[in-house]
Design a protein around this ligand. Structure first.
Ligand SMILES: [Zn+2]
Length: 262
């Protein structure tokens, strides 16, 4: 990803005093409609006694402090609540806007921050994510302290942990179940209700689901439309299908193999 640079000569320490990067700390700027570039230029203009490595807005990422150097964003003195300090962390400030009477992180800002975190995790695969709030108790980033479910969603999107053995086993078992169901469907048995129940169970296990056929990618839509047409897939009371990508993929393969021939 493109990372623009405007390194501050004032608001940082050179080096990390032999500490390793163990944390990535998320902040919000508490401004309305500010830009990443504007923040980086501001912190490069004179001494303020605070800083961050990165600023993110809807369109850009600007770096203000080199990763080998220490930015001043979450405090220096242990005990911090989770052990993270400026010396051991990378600080990311997200530009904010104002919506419905509170600070708001635009989806595009969150998307770009996810991309930045994933990029950083390539270099620092063991770095853990936290909010400024988790370090000091400060209400930052306010939208993710006041709405912790948004923070959970963000963490899920940056989770690159490989499947554990038990998750792999569960995943394989689910795949086998889908194959069994599909075979029964192909054999002409009535499976609409069972499929719906399986889909609901899968939805709980996996975050990303597809509810409406018009939101679905091209490769899965024709199969899903066919199964809805046949009454094999019914969805919940609102008609939301809650199909996981993996289940959709399995259904498409079966469809291509002639499993749902009419
Ligand atoms: Zn903060």
């Amino acid at each position: 990803m493109q990372i623009n640079k405007c390194i501050t000569p004032y608001n940082r320490w050179i080096g990390r005093d032999d500490n390793k990067i163990e944390w990535i700390v998320l902040h919000y700027t508490a401004n309305v409609g500010d830009t990443a570039k504007g923040n980086a230029e501001y912190f490069a203009s004179r001494y303020f006694g605070s800083s961050a490595h990165f600023f993110v807005d809807e369109d850009e990422v600007w770096q203000s402090v080199e990763l080998d150097d220490t930015a001043w964003h979450c405090g220096d003195n242990p005990p911090s609540k989770n052990g993270c300090t400026n010396r051991t962390s990378i600080g990311i400030e997200m530009c904010t806007s104002w919506k419905d009477g509170e600070y708001y992180i635009e989806p595009k800002v969150a998307d770009r921050t996810v991309a930045l975190v994933l990029e950083l995790l390539k270099t620092y695969p063991n770095a853990k994510l936290c909010r400024h709030f988790d370090v000091t108790g400060k209400r930052c980033p306010m939208p993710w302290v006041d709405h912790p479910e948004e923070w959970e969603k963000f963490k899920e999107r940056t989770d690159v942990t490989p499947m554990t053995q038990s998750e792999r086993k569960e995943f394989d078992a689910l795949k086998a179940k889908v194959a069994t169901l599909a075979a029964k469907v192909a054999a002409g048995e009535e499976y609409d209700r069972t499929v719906t129940r399986e889909v609901a169970g899968l939805r709980e296990r996996v975050g990303t689901t597809w509810d409406k056929t018009d939101e679905m990618p091209e490769w899965m839509r024709p199969t899903v439309e066919k199964l809805v047409g046949l009454g094999y897939l019914k969805g919940d009371e609102k008609g939301d299908l809650a199909l996981t990508t993996d289940l959709a993929r399995a259904l498409v393969v079966l469809d291509r193999a002639g499993g749902f021939a009419v």
